[in-house]
Structure formats: C-alpha cells, structure tokens
Write a protein of this length. Structure first.
Lengths: 63, 248, 253
C-alpha cells in the first residue's frame, strides 16, 4: 500500500495532479448542486409561499 | 449526440430528457472512472523513462481533449442559436462553458505537475499548454460576458458571436503558438512526449476519456436543467412538469 | 461634448441623397463606398475635435514603453532582447485603451441606432469606423515606434521591420478589438471585460508581429511572419466587419 502511495518517488506530483483534478470536479458538482437547490427552492417558494421556518410550523401545530 | 433534435428543441420538451440522460451518463461516468483509475494507478505498468510520474497523463490527456471538444460543441450550439434563433441551443452553449473552462484548468494543472518531474519545470511554455491557457481565457471571457449582460437573450446572442469568433481563432492561435514555440526552443520540449504506449496505457487513456466525456454530458445536462428553470420561470408548465417535492 | 452638439455637427445620415436613377448596381457600389467614406470622415472629424485625447493615447504608448527599462535593466543587451516584445505589447495595450470609445458615445446618444436604421449597409458603416480608429490610434503608434525603438538599442533594419509589422498588425488589432467593443456595449465590467475578451484574440498578431522584428534582429528574413500578418489582415478585412455588424445589431436590440 505504501508503495502505491509512494508512486515510485513521484508521490507529490502524481497525487497533487490527481488530487487537484478531484477537487476541481468536486467543486463543479457542489456548485451545480447548490445552483439547482437554489433554483428549485425559488420555484417552490413562488408556487406556494407558505413560510416554512421551523418557528412558524411550531406555532401552527400548537393551535 | 446526433439525434433528431427538433423533437426536443423547446426547453419544455427537453427538460425531462435532460434529467434522465444526466443520471444515466453520470452512472456510466462513475463506472468508467472507477475502471479507468484502476487501470491508471494499478494495472498499467510503470514507465521505463518517466517512472510512475507518467500516470498523470490519464487525467491530463482526457482533460485536454475535452477542453477542445467542449469548445467545438459549444461553438456548434452557438451557431445553431444564431441560425435558428432557438432558446435551447443558446442554453446548451451556456451550460457547456463552465465545464469547458474546468477541463482546460485541469489540463493545465495536471500538465504542470507532469512537466516538473519529466522536463524539469512546472511551466514550459510549450505549444499545447500555451494554447490551452489561451483556450481557458476564451472560456472565461465567454462566462464573463454572459454575467455582464443583463438581458438573457441579448447575452445568448453576444456569447454566441464571441464563441464563433473564438472558434475561428483557436486554430490560428494554436498554429501561431506552435510556430513561436519551435522557433524559440528548437527541440520539441513538448508535453506530447507521452511514453510509448503499452496496451494497458492506451486502454487506460481511452477509458478515462470515455469517463470524462460521460461526466461532461451528465454535468452539462444537469446544468441546463437549472438554466431552463431559471429562465423559463413564470411559464406555467414548470410546476406541472417538475415534482416539486423531490426536485433537487 | 454634449449629444446635441454632436448631433448638429454633421449627423447627415448616409442615404439622404439617394440617387433616383435606375442604375442599381452602380448605386450599390456607390452606396457601400459612400457609407464607408461617410463613417470614416465623421469619426475622424469627431476625433480631431478632441486632439488632446489623441495626444494622450500616443503619450500612453510612449510612457509604457519607457517604463520597461526601469523595471528590467538599462543594459543594451537586455533592452535589445525585450525591445520588440515591449514595443509590440505596448501597442496592443494602446489599442485596447482606445477601443471603448469606438462605439460607446454613439451608442449612448442614440446615433448608433440611427446609423443602424439607415438604408446604407451597416457593415460598410462599421468598416469606416474601424478604419478611423486605426488611423487615429494604430497608425500614429506604428509611426512613433521606430523612434522609441532607438531607445531599445535596435538598429535601422530592425526598426524598419518594426514599423512594417506594426503597420500590418495594428489594423488587425482595430478590427478584432471592434468585435469586443461591440459585444460589450452596455455591458457591465467596462474596459477590463473588453481586455479579457480581446487579448486572447490578439495573441497570434503579437506572436507574428514581435516575431518578425526578432527575426530581423537575428539576421534572418522576416518575410514569413510579415506575410502571415498580411494574410491575417486580408482575412480580417473580409470577415470581421460582418461579425462586428452582427454584434452591433445584438447590442441595439
């Protein structure tokens, strides 16, 4: 296993390269998910503007 | 993706297609990437000259290819947007630009870490890398222009024109950078110097390229869904089409 | 200069004196050249009214070129090495600086819209504007450069190539820059956005232009680079006005 990680002495280069690519892809996916979440939340709000905050829900259920 | 697009040329009809295809291609991408990484990091033999450092090409080459390919596809959608004046074509072009920029950036990053152990320097100003850098600037320019123009339809057309002007220029830029590079460095200190291909190496590159392609399709289709909702809000069909309880 | 002032000072739109006879082919020829000439003359007249502005642009070029030795070294060897690159890059920046005024003032006071609506071809009018831009920006820089090149210990043949390369290259800069200027009309981000869009397109011109000068400095023929520049110029002259006219129409929508 440590031989694998060592990459024949080139560990820094190989793992920085692979790691950087992985980070970039993770960032793209994360920002895309955030964009979609925002877009769908706004759509939900516009369709049904009932406030969804926990405090309101708590108040409603106590009535 | 050569199907009868006109059936899906409206955002409404394309939306659900984009969704299912995005999931499908995402799954395929994950499988291919898994297999590809196994080949890249484990199965492919260590290279005689470059040692294990050459394994970076399994990321670098697919990313560089995708950066070029995405630009061409984006230019194609831009031409369709200007020629047919269709909103969806412009939305596809809009969805492609960020991923193209990402691929160019990954190609540059991995290229630098490949260059250091093999050619002694992180940045060698060779023809391919310099052209990829300029390609990244072109992508960022398109993204910046879209952000700078308020009206979405005007932004569509302006970015389409810019993409096409850039597309004409990319071969000219590549040729001129190649000239400049060989003139100043004489010998080909080029990152095209990939090691002689063993079967496993070739297989690894092909699998990873397939993974990159499927990933791109998945991400771009997911992004275009977001773009469709962003821009088509107010049209009644959205609520009926999208299951709002589970959409994310 | 207020909009109304500029309006009254010669916004005689082309097409006002359209000929009434039946020679339509001759008419078309005349109207294209007339449109180019009209736009060219008008823009030059406007530019000459603010001579100070033109002077400032040239002064910018001179100052930028003079800065580099301060940042590097006054040794003749170093200067001769970086000279072609500096003189060319500064020309790029000078061209960029003046691009925003190409369409902006006409856009803001509504003149651009009137021009687009006139019966003359928009491509021709736009070409006239780009020609005027080059005559007031690129040409002075190209003529000034050999004088500044002497500061960089470059000798006569090199300076000659420098001037020729700039004479061929700066029109290309005006043409490509006009695309960027038209696309960014009314967009946020101003000059920096324009630079981001246009500089990647400038790269080949820079490579061949500075490369030509370097070739002469090395004692080899600069004909390959210069012919490529000339070819690029011809290509741009044919293709770019179309793109610029399209971009202007997009901005006016």
């Amino acid at each position: 296993m440590s031989e694998f990680l060592a990459m024949g002495g080139y560990a820094w280069y190989v793992w920085m390269a692979y790691g950087g690519a992985a980070v970039a892809i993770a960032v793209e996916i994360a920002s895309l998910r955030a964009r979609r979440r925002r877009v769908f939340d706004e759509l939900r709000m516009s369709v049904d503007p009932t406030p969804r905050s926990p405090s309101m829900q708590g108040a409603r259920s106590q009535r | 993706m050569l199907i009868n697009w006109f059936r899906f040329s409206s955002p409404v009809s394309f939306y659900p297609v984009a969704g299912s295809w995005s999931y499908a291609f995402g799954a395929i991408a994950a499988l291919l990437a898994g297999a590809g990484l196994v080949v890249a990091l484990y199965i492919a033999p260590t290279d005689a000259t470059q040692g294990d450092a050459y394994r970076i090409i399994f990321i670098h080459v697919p990313a560089a290819w995708m950066a070029m390919l995405i630009y061409l596809v984006m230019a194609g959608w831009s031409a369709a947007a200007l020629g047919f004046n269709t909103r969806l074509s412009a939305m596809m072009a809009q969805a492609l630009a960020p991923t193209g920029a990402l691929m160019a950036a990954i190609a540059l990053w991995t290229g630098a870490f490949w260059g250091r152990p093999t050619w002694g320097t992180y940045w060698a100003w060779d023809a391919r890398m310099t052209s990829t850098l300029i390609l990244l600037f072109l992508y960022l320019g398109i993204v910046a222009l879209r952000a700078a123009i308020e009206d979405p339809r005007r932004a569509d057309r302006a970015c389409a024109v810019l993409s096409l002007v850039g597309a004409v220029n990319v071969p000219i830029i590549y040729f001129s950078v190649q000239w400049w590079n060989t003139l100043h460095q004489g010998s080909s200190v080029s990152l095209t110097g990939a090691p002689k291909m063993a079967m496993a190496m070739l297989a690894g590159i092909l699998i990873m390229t397939g993974a990159a392609w499927c990933y791109t399709i998945a991400v771009v289709l997911a992004r275009v869904q977001a773009i469709i909702v962003e821009r088509e809000r107010g049209a009644g069909w959205l609520e009926s089409l999208i299951d709002l309880r589970t959409a994310r | 200069m207020s909009g109304s002032e500029r309006h009254s000072a010669g916004i005689q739109l082309p097409g006002a004196n359209a000929s009434a006879d039946g020679d339509s082919a001759g008419d078309a020829r005349d109207s294209v050249f007339a449109a180019v000439g009209w736009a060219l003359a008008r823009d030059i007249r406007v530019a000459l009214r603010s001579k100070g502005e033109l002077g400032v642009q040239l002064l910018f070029y001179v100052i930028v070129v003079s800065l580099f030795p301060l940042a590097t070294s006054p040794s003749r060897e170093v200067l001769a090495t970086i000279g072609p690159g500096v003189l060319w890059t500064a020309a790029l920046l000078a061209s960029l600086l003046s691009l925003s005024r190409l369409f902006a003032s006409d856009f803001h006071d509504g003149t651009l819209e009137q021009i687009a609506l006139s019966p003359r071809p928009l491509m021709a009018l736009v070409s006239g504007k780009m020609a005027a831009h080059w005559l007031t920006t690129g040409l002075p820089v190209a003529l000034m450069a050999p004088l500044l090149g002497a500061q960089y210990a470059l000798d006569a043949p090199v300076l000659g190539t420098l001037m020729v390369s700039l004479l061929l290259g700066t029109p290309i800069l005006s043409l490509l820059g006009a695309v960027g200027a038209a696309l960014t009309l009314g967009a946020r981000g101003g000059g920096s956005l324009l630079a981001l869009l246009v500089l990647p397109l400038y790269a080949p011109v820079l490579i061949f232009g500075a490369g030509a000068v370097d070739a002469t400095r090395a004692g080899v023929s600069a004909m390959p680079q210069l012919s490529l520049l000339a070819a690029g110029l011809l290509l741009a002259l044919v293709a770019v006005p179309f793109a610029v006219a399209a971009a202007v129409r997009i901005a006016l929508d």
